[in-house]
Design a protein around this ligand. Structure first.
Ligand code: SF4
Length: 359
């Protein structure tokens, strides 16, 4: 919470002067609707503005109110989200919308203290909604804010360590002006996004150059300090694209893993990149499938797909069938035959979309 003094600090003064002249004109900056602000914040987490903007417009068109979003089928929400990644964000967003409808009669709580109680809303998002929609003097801390504060004040604490949060929060709280909390938050985030950028910040034309510790000490490139994330692990996926006539067999991913709630093909995950022919045959036998060998295509080349903490090496094996798969296989593997029109509206990982577009 803010302990801001009555006179704006040097930081607030500089940022509030800089912001109106440099800010980008973005649709969520023209609204005080907490639902629209929340949507923009969820979409923009770990997503660039240019990529997130069309998703924001799509969601607001499809679901103009939080009640519309809450009432939508999860598969439809995931389909609109398709291509943004981090699908748990979409599922959490859907759950939060339902909670707002069920427990708050479709109205977002109006204070940080109440917003943070909603499942799926963390400190950053609660602060963003409270500040932008309700002008509450709570500071937001995102990657941009950490970077700006670390450089200007010469903070060397590891921003990836949860313990550092308090230190940065306390500092931000000292500077947020009671008279303009929303503008201060927008300004410091925007300043980090377009002036004090991670690489090649525009120090030469920076209004804070004289008071910036990192600039004065030649340490701009060294701040903020951020410990490296764990190396991404590699996983090997072999997809069996089972096709009968015009239909393909897909399944919903139900397990707690990447892409939960999305649809993909029958999958064998292996510990090594290659799946020997004998193993491929073993899987095909397990499907109980009558295979049309004359139509069988070569397995695809390995495709690489990078997620935030995982690298996937993926091969697709086309399996034309003479007969539909037996019911027991459908039951055991959760597969179902879909026409191409049905597949179009299913939520799918981009990897699967790309495969379908090229085959
Ligand atoms: S002088 Fe450079 S490092 Fe310091 S606040 Fe300005 S842009 Fe950021």
């Amino acid at each position: 919470m803010s302990t801001s003094p009555s006179q704006p600090s040097f930081l607030a003064t500089a940022l509030l002067a800089w912001y109106p002249r440099h800010r980008r004109d973005l649709p969520w900056r023209h609204t005080h609707d907490p639902y629209a602000i929340w949507l923009s914040e969820v979409i923009l987490q770990q997503t660039r503005v240019a990529q997130g903007l069309p998703y924001y417009n799509t969601f607001l068109n499809a679901y103009p109110t939080v009640a519309d979003l809450a009432a939508a089928p999860e598969a439809e929400v995931l389909r609109y989200w398709q291509g943004l990644g981090y699908y748990s964000r979409a599922r959490n967003m859907h759950h939060t919308a339902q909670q707002v409808v069920q427990e708050h009669a479709g109205k977002f709580p109006t204070s940080y203290a109440e917003l943070i109680k909603l499942k799926g809303i963390g400190p950053y998002t609660a602060a963003a909604i409270a500040s932008f929609a309700f002008n509450e003097a709570v500071t937001v801390l995102d990657g941009n804010v950490y970077r700006v504060l670390a450089r200007i004040f010469g903070l060397h604490s590891d921003i990836a360590a949860p313990a550092s949060r308090k230190e940065f929060q306390a500092l931000a709280d000292q500077h947020i002006p009671a008279a303009a909390p929303a503008d201060f938050n927008q300004a410091i985030m925007e300043f980090g996004a377009i002036q004090c950028t991670p690489v090649k910040p525009d120090c030469l034309f920076c209004p804070l150059q004289q008071s910036c510790w990192a600039f004065q000490h030649g340490q701009v490139a060294l701040l903020p300090v951020k410990s490296k994330a764990k190396a991404a692990r590699t996983r090997y996926f072999h997809y069996f694209v089972l096709r009968h006539g015009e239909q393909l067999y897909l399944k919903e991913r139900r397990e707690k893993d990447i892409w939960q709630g999305l649809y993909d093909f029958a999958l064998a995950e292996t510990v090594q990149a290659e799946l020997p022919p004998s193993e491929i045959m073993r899987h095909l036998e397990a499907f109980g499938a009558e295979i049309d060998i004359s139509q069988a295509a070569e397995s695809s080349a390995t495709m690489r797909h990078v997620l935030s903490h995982q690298k996937l090496e993926v091969k697709f094996h086309e399996v034309p069938l003479r007969q539909p798969l037996p019911d027991s296989t459908l039951r055991d593997l959760g597969l179902r035959a879909y026409s191409s029109e049905e597949i179009e509206v299913l939520p799918k990982p981009v990897l699967i979309v790309n495969y379908l577009n090229t085959h």
